[in-house]
Ligand binder design. Sequence first.
Ligand code: BO1
Ligand code: ZN
Length: 260
Amino acid sequence: FQNKINLIFVGPANWSKEYHTCSGKLQSPINIDEHNVTNVSLSPLRLIGIDNPHQSYVTNTGHTATLRTNESKAVMLSGGPLENIYVFEQLHFHWGENDHEGSEDLINNHSFPMEMHAVFYKEDYKSFNEALKHSDGLAILAYLYEVSPQPNPTYEPIVKVLPDIETMGKGKVLQEPLLLENVLVPDIAKIQDYFTYPGSLTTPPCLEVARWIDFKDHQQLSHDQLAAFRDLRNQEGDKLTHNFRPVQPLENREVLHNIL
Ligand code: BO1
Ligand code: ZN
């Protein structure tokens, strides 16, 4: 295999041939067994800067749709399991071919039709790429979705631009500045209810640098909203209908469940 693109093409089972870290002992995603978690009460998880609208754009990377803001350090994360401040880098989505698959982490072996990752890097490391060199470099918020009869208005600004970026490499600025509060904190009363564990990037090179924070509350998306993601195309020009990694061994890790 000559490059990363080919490896992704051949699939997750072959990643560790080229990237040794992909068979490490702190890999993501995992199945979270609710009967095998340790209940804790951590300090409050805090999101700063989410109450201002930010000009944002969505890009088709060929692997996912990624949203970034035009302002650096617009949004920051701290508290909970984190000992430092983390800066928002991007958010993106994982989905499947149908409503029965798509999430990366599973809960009690149940998969969800979509999962969103909001990726933050440790402020001290100054950049996302520098943070990738450190075991405490990233914090990733994970949101799980279920199908609802009605479209979720929070995601409409994002879903609306997807038809314009169906080709890999295309990007589009959202029509209106996006209030990330709606996306990242859909329900303030439920933000302290999450699972957290040490893990990795879910794509090569599978770097073991992420503190995962998976919210227990599920978000809603309609079937049509989900279908708009499945119309995006990959590098080969085929529909991007499977961009989730299968679950990896828990190994010697403890999953914490934060309770209020
Ligand atoms: S995820 O949240 O674990 N699914 C995740 C996976 C990969 C990245 C961020 C979050 N970032 C990627 C960049 C690539 C880069 C790779 C390794 O990290 O999108 O451009 O090659 O540095
Ligand atoms: Zn992801």
